[in-house]
Structure formats: structure tokens, C-alpha cells
Design a protein around this ligand. Structure first.
Ligand code: NAD
Ligand code: TDX
Length: 343
């Protein structure tokens, strides 16, 4: 059988590294597919998150490439023979987009356009070519406490520079489908958690801080609601969409597990046997979206996918992982020279 090669962008980040570790090397997937992983290795991308698995599996290769560099992207990727792209790479942290939006436009918008241009070249010689954009629930904006969950038909109403850059990328992906006929798919997922997530995001930050009895910075009153999904459930859905999704369609992905931030923080404190006095209410995030919730009826009905892991089980597993892998967080934080200014 001739194997197909798929390009994975952002494969050294949180969701991408879990995709590489758990989907790309699955026996059935490995038989049919090789994966070429690219990543620019920003503060959020760490090659050591995937190095062992890349070294062990012949169907994986890695190259450090920055999607913002259009000439390098064009020249390198044009010479590579691949028949599909799963585009995870992005600047992903809302707080960073508030303090510095420019790089979000450069990577999330212009980087996506560079990838779309190369994809179009590939499509011209291979009509089976497929492009999958990994997007987010945040493009839909924010929900009120009693609003119904977002469906794929919800208007795009992003509120942060991050979500605006992701929505903008989604629109360019759509335009490549409508204008040039590039076969595209878009997935929009809710908040992921699990191993290898940078400790700047809520769950790993709270775990790391609580472990060492540091303050736990809760924005505002901690009343915001997120719809949490375990990263492996998200990646299973991505693979279902990539292999079975209908071209030109958008698929919502979510965990059907809405949680209030303060409750999440308290669950972490309890599991680690710490005291709630560690909670530190700090100034709210600017433009802080109140609530996200995903209606996932479409993907359930059309592709038969649904999330498997409960939030309680996934959180326990995640906390155990961070306890056992404290060196990973240490290396990530050292590399990024990251200091938590809210402590
Ligand atoms: P992450 O920040 O952990 O990883 C992003 C990866 O992209 C990193 O490895 C980074 O080095 C790489 N990257 C950044 N700029 C690049 C560039 N210019 N060229 C090449 N590589 C570059 O993010 P994540 O949480 O893994 O998110 C992955 C994707 O999923 C993003 O597109 C994000 O918008 C989306 N998403 C994330 C969540 C979530 O909860 N984390 C939820 C829904 C959607
Ligand atoms: O220190 C904190 N204190 C706090 O109260 C941090 C870092 C966050 N929060 C709050 C803000 C949010 O309401 O917790 C919630 C989750 O925050 P983040 O982990 O920063 O995630 P969020 O802003 O919801 O965005 C995430 O989900 C959608 C990802 O970072 C995005 O990439 C994804 O698209």
C-alpha cells in the first residue's frame, strides 16, 4: 500500500503534541499515514514534548519552520510531497493577545494564509488534497448565563485579539474554499486540558502553583464558565473530521462539561490536599468572555463522535500527570523564562 503523508503544524504545542503522541502512532493510522510535523518552537512549542515519539516511529519526521516566513514556507513545503494538512499552529493565549496583538495577526492570520497558498499549489496537482483548520469556540464570542450553546450557525462575534485573529483565519479558509475550490474543513473546539499544556493556562497554572503553595490568581470573581474537553477526546474528533468530514463544513467539538472557574480551582485544591486560602482574586481579564458552551449535535449525528472522558476523571488524570512530570513544567518555564506577574 502507498502511504499518504499528512502535514501537521504546531505539533510541538499542547494539542499538537498530544495528537502526535496518540493519533499519529496508532496502529491503524500508522499503517496508512506518514506525518511531517512542523513547528517554529515558540515559548509554547517544545520539541522535548515529542522527541521520544518522533525518534521511535519511522512514520514521523520533524522540521523547525516558522509559518510567518512566506518564502521559506513556500520553498520548503513545495518540495515536500503531502496530501493533507492539519493546522494546529497558532499563538493561543488570550492574555498575551491583550498585551501584544501583533504576533497574533502575523501567525494566526498571515501564517494561515501562507499555508493556504501552499495547499492550493498542492491541490492543483492532487484533487484529493484536504486542508483542516483547527479553530476555537471563542470565535463565536460570549454567551449569557441562560443562552443556548453555540451551534455552527452562530454568528462570528470574537471579543479578544486572539479570537479575532482565529475568526479572521477561519474566514480566509472559507474564502479559499469558495474562491478557489480548495477542499477545506474547520473544527471549532472548546477549552482543552490534559498533559503537556503550558502552565500559563488555567488548569496547569493552578496545579503548578498549588503544588508549591503559591497563590492561585482567579480573575474577577471566578464566575466565568468554560466547556472543558480532555485533549484526547478533542484529537479523536479531529481525526474523525479529517477522515470522514464533509468538505466545506464546520464541525463544533466540545466536552459537554461546563464548569465555573472557581469550582475548577477548588477541585484542584481538594485533589492536591491544599487550602482554599491559596485563592487570590485578582483584577479581571479585559473583555473577559463570560461563558462558552458548544452544541455538538452535528458531529454526533453525522460522524458518530462524542466525548468519552468525564471532567472529574480527566482532571484527576491531568493532576497525576503534572505531579509525575514536574521536570517537564520546569523545563518549559525555564525555556520561556516565564514569570507569573500575578503572583
Ligand atoms: P499551543 O500554544 O500550546 O501550541 C501552539 C504551537 O504552535 C506551538 O508549538 C508553537 O510553537 C507553534 N507555533 C506558534 N507560532 C508558530 C509559527 N509562526 N509557525 C509555526 N509554528 C508556530 O496551542 P494549543 O493549545 O496546542 O492550540 C493548538 C490549536 O488549537 C490552536 O490553533 C488553538 O487556537 C486551537 N484551540 C486551542 C484550544 C485550547 O483550549 N488550548 C481550544 C480550541 C482550539
Ligand atoms: O490565571 C488565570 N486565572 C483565571 O481566572 C488564568 C490563566 C485564567 N483564568 C480564567 C480565564 C478564563 O475564564 O480561566 C479561564 C480559562 O483561561 P485560559 O486557560 O487562559 O483559557 P481561555 O481564555 O478560556 O482560552 C482557552 O480556550 C480556548 C485557550 O487558551 C484558547 O487557545 C482556546 O481557543
Amino acid at each position: 500500500m502507498i502511504k499518504k503523508t499528512i502535514l501537521i503544524t504546531g505539533g510541538a504545542g499542547f494539542i499538537g503534541s498530544n495528537f502526535v503522541r496518540n493519533i499519529c502512532v496508532r496502529t491503524d493510522v500508522k499503517k496508512e499515514f506518514d506525518f511531517f510535523i512542523i513547528d517554529s518552537l515558540t515559548y509554547a512549542g517544545n520539541y522535548f514534548s515529542i522527541e521520544d515519539v518522533v525518534n521511535k516511529n519511522k512514520n514521523l519526521s520533524f522540521e523547525q519552520i516558522d509559518l510567518r516566513h512566506s518564502e521559506r514556507v513556500m520553498s520548503f513545503l513545495k518540495s515536500l510531497n503531502f496530501c493533507g494538512v492539519i493546522h494546529f499552529a497558532a499563538e493561543s493565549h488570550v492574555d498575551r493577545s491583550i498585551s501584544g496583538p501583533d504576533i497574533f495577526v502575523e501567525t494566526n492570520v498571515l501564517g494561515t494564509i501562507n499555508l493556504l497558498k501552499v495547499s492550493l499549489e498542492k491541490f492543483k496537482t492532487n484533487p484529493q488534497f484536504l486542508y483542516l483548520q483547527i479553530s476555537t469556540d471563542e470565535v463565536y464570542g460570549s454567551l449569557g448565563a441562560n443562552d443556548p450553546a453555540f451551534t455552527e450557525r452562530h454568528v462570528l462575534k470574537p471579543n479578544s485579539p486572539y479570537s479575532s485573529s482565529k475568526a479572521s483565519a477561519d474566514l480566509f479558509v472559507r474564502s479559499y474554499y469558495k474562491t478557489y475550490g480548495l477542499p477545506v474543513l474547520i473544527t471549532r473546539c472548546s477549552n482543552n486540558y490534559g498533559p503537556y499544556q503550558h502552565p500559563e493556562k488555567l488548569i496547569p497554572l493552578m496545579i503548578e502553583n498549588a503544588k508549591s503553595d503559591k497563590k492561585l490568581p482567579v480573575y474577577g470573581k471566578g464566575e466565568n464558565v468554560r466547556d472543558w474537553i480532555y485533549v484526547d477526546d478533542h484529537n479523536d474528533a479531529v481525526w474523525e473530521v479529517f477522515t470522514k468530514g464533509k468538505i466545506g463544513e464546520v464541525y463544533n467539538i466540545g466536552g459537554e462539561s461546563e464548569q465555573v472557574n472557581l469550582d475548577v480551582v477548588k477541585m484542584i485544591i481538594k485533589k492536591l490536599g491544599k487550602n482554599e486560602s491559596l485563592i487570590n482574586y485578582v483584577t479581571d481579564r479585559l473583555g473577559h468572555d463570560l461563558r462558552y458552551a458548544m452544541d455538538i449535535t452535528k458531529i454526533k449525528k453525522e460522524l458518530g463522535w462524542r466525548p468519552k472522558k468525564t471532567f472529574e476523571a480527566g482532571l484527576d488524570q491531568t493532576i497525576d500527570w503534572y505531579i509525575k512530570n514536574s521536570m517537564w513544567s520546569k523545563k518549559v518555564l525555564e525555556r520561556a523564562n516565564y514569570t507569573n506577574s500575578t503572583n
